[in-house]
Design a protein around this ligand. Structure first.
Ligand code: NAD
Length: 485
């Protein structure tokens, strides 16, 4: 926790496009509100990319970020063409910013939305899932992407969602998963959710399958409070919820880690209006409000947020929000900044005022250490590239069984569906076969057996493209059954 009487030491990146304009506006408002910031500039974005740094992050930035622990970041322009890495992904992964937090709030009637009552906080896991970037082409016809869900990652994000809910005085946390299909990966997230929920008996919790949950979220966002999801679902749904508020351009986000956190607007660098002085600084300003809360400076966060809400409901709007029926005055960036500063100390009359003073800062917990499970090797899934003999699974099984002993060929699947034994002729077969070998007794096998099996299959002319060991952890099967098995 930082000393609330000392200046808040933050890092700032002015970004590209409209970035410098909206950052200057934001810092001006924060200063006028008495935020007492000690700002260190870090260089991120286009100029750094163009200077030949593939991540777009100046090497000197890392120490500043580590030292300050908090980054207020304006949007950057991602240069087109190959060779560049996503700056946001590098920041998230390198600094362990595991939680993406996006409030989606309706400002009815000042911003048009079909969901006037919505106020949803989406807490998205930020580092794992299908975003680990582990992809392979394995055969002529098949590419794969590994979906990684970890217990520590799930535990950290779920607990953070409950901590946010409690700190913000919210009442319910909803997890969205697809554990009816992905029983192990989403199943782990779901079971960790139940475990962690038990530590927060003051909060309601529920789980929904992500498809129906997403449909309900799009239809009745008012029924949701805090939503927590693995990475991919959260990526999609946090955009959906932002869109539903009618004001993507006003939406902030936080990327929270155990030691460093970054705060930014959702929108990009808007090169089409850069330099014109007409950009709306609201997304970044509201991100700075999240930052001030994170720093434990609730009073000033509240002051800034309420001045902004008052400006909005007074109808002083930048061009992107301006509407004849509700707006009173169309202003540019400087005009909007002045209007917010003029209202510091005021409170909105129609929109609910922000109340952050005295609010606890959500704790960022690491994962709970656990003793390792007892792990036993039971067999192996061997994946082969095979398109001979009219892709007849019985023929493939005959080749495999000739080499199997002392293991036993238990099942062959194609795209996860059982094709041997007793496959159906209608099942479509690609050139990518998963062949499961276990010991006939069901007992553990030696790792050397698995390696030797692979050697025999290769010697017999089979194209082994990968293997996946089959384990039991503390007596529990650590692999899914084939579909149709
Ligand atoms: P964008 O969000 O920059 O712009 C989309 C539209 O919204 C444009 O018409 C723009 O003028 C308008 N707009 C955006 N922010 C506005 C604001 N504050 N005030 C008024 N109007 C605003 O999206 P884009 O055009 O797809 O992307 C532009 C660049 O931003 C790209 O290089 C992209 O990679 C980058 N980007 C960066 C971030 C980030 O740094 N976090 C996020 C998204 C996109």
């Amino acid at each position: 926790m930082t000393n609330p009487d000392a200046p808040a030491r933050i890092a700032v990146a002015h970004g590209d496009g409209i970035g410098p304009e909206i950052m200057d506006a934001t810092l001006q408002i924060l200063e006028a509100a008495g935020a007492d910031l000690d700002v260190a500039e870090v260089r991120l974005g286009k100029a750094v990319y163009e200077a030949g740094v593939p991540s777009g992050i100046d090497p000197s930035a890392w120490d500043v970020l580590r030292d300050r622990g908090v980054l207020l970041k304006a949007p950057i322009t991602t240069p087109r063409g190959g060779g560049y890495k996503s700056l946001n992904v590098t920041l998230r992964k390198s600094l362990g910013l595991f939680a993406n937090v996006r409030p989606a709030v309706a400002y009815h009637p000042f911003v048009a939305t079909r969901h006037p009552g919505m106020d949803v906080l989406v807490v998205r896991e930020n580092e794992e899932d299908l975003y680990a970037g582990i992809e392979h082409r394995q055969t002529d016809e098949v590419v794969q992407c590994l979906k990684l869900i970890t217990r520590p990652g799930s535990e950290k994000i779920v607990r953070y969602a409950f901590e946010e809910a409690r700190a913000q005085g919210r009442s319910k946390v909803t997890a969205l998963v697809k554990d009816n299909i992905m029983k192990m990966t989403d199943g782990l997230f779901a079971s960790v959710f139940e475990e962690v929920a038990a530590e927060y008996p003051d909060l309601e919790h529920e789980q929904m399958i992500v498809d129906i949950g997403a449909a309900r979220l799009a239809d009745t966002p008012e029924a949701f409070d805090v939503v927590v999801t693995p990475n991919l679902y959260g990526d999609i749904l946090s955009d959906v919820t932002a869109q539903l508020t009618g004001s993507v351009g006003l939406a902030p986000s936080a990327n929270v880690g155990e030691t460093v956190s970054a705060f930014e607007a959702i929108h990009g660098s808007a090169p089409d209006i850069a330099g014109k002085g007409i950009a709306n600084p609201s997304g970044l300003l509201l991100a700075s409000v999240m930052m001030l809360q994170h720093l434990g400076r609730g009073a000033v966060a509240e002051r800034v947020h309420n001045a902004w809400l008052t400006t909005l409901e007074d109808g002083v709007h930048t061009g992107d929000v301006y509407r004849e029926d509700v707006s009173r005055e169309r202003v540019n960036t400087a005009g909007f900044t002045d209007a917010v500063m003029l209202r510091l100390g005021a409170e909105p009359k129609h929109l609910p005022p922000a109340r952050y003073e005295g609010r606890p800062v959500p704790r960022v917990h690491g994962a709970t250490p656990r003793p390792p499970a007892t792990k036993e090797l039971l067999g192996v899934d061997v994946f082969v590239d095979w398109r001979e003999e009219n892709r007849d699974a019985d023929a493939l099984a005959a080749h495999l069984r000739a080499e199997a002993a002392p293991l036993d060929l238990q099942v062959i699947t194609n795209r996860g569906v059982k094709v041997w034994p007793d496959g159906l002729p209608e099942t479509f077969a690609t050139d990518h076969w998963r062949c499961r070998f276990l010991h006939p007794s069901g007992d553990p096998v030696d790792a050397a057996e698995v390696v030797a099996l692979q050697g025999r299959l290769v010697a017999a002319g089979l194209d082994v493209i990968k293997t996946e060991n089959l384990y039991r952890f503390d007596g529990e099967r650590g692999f899914s059954q084939a579909q149709g098995q």
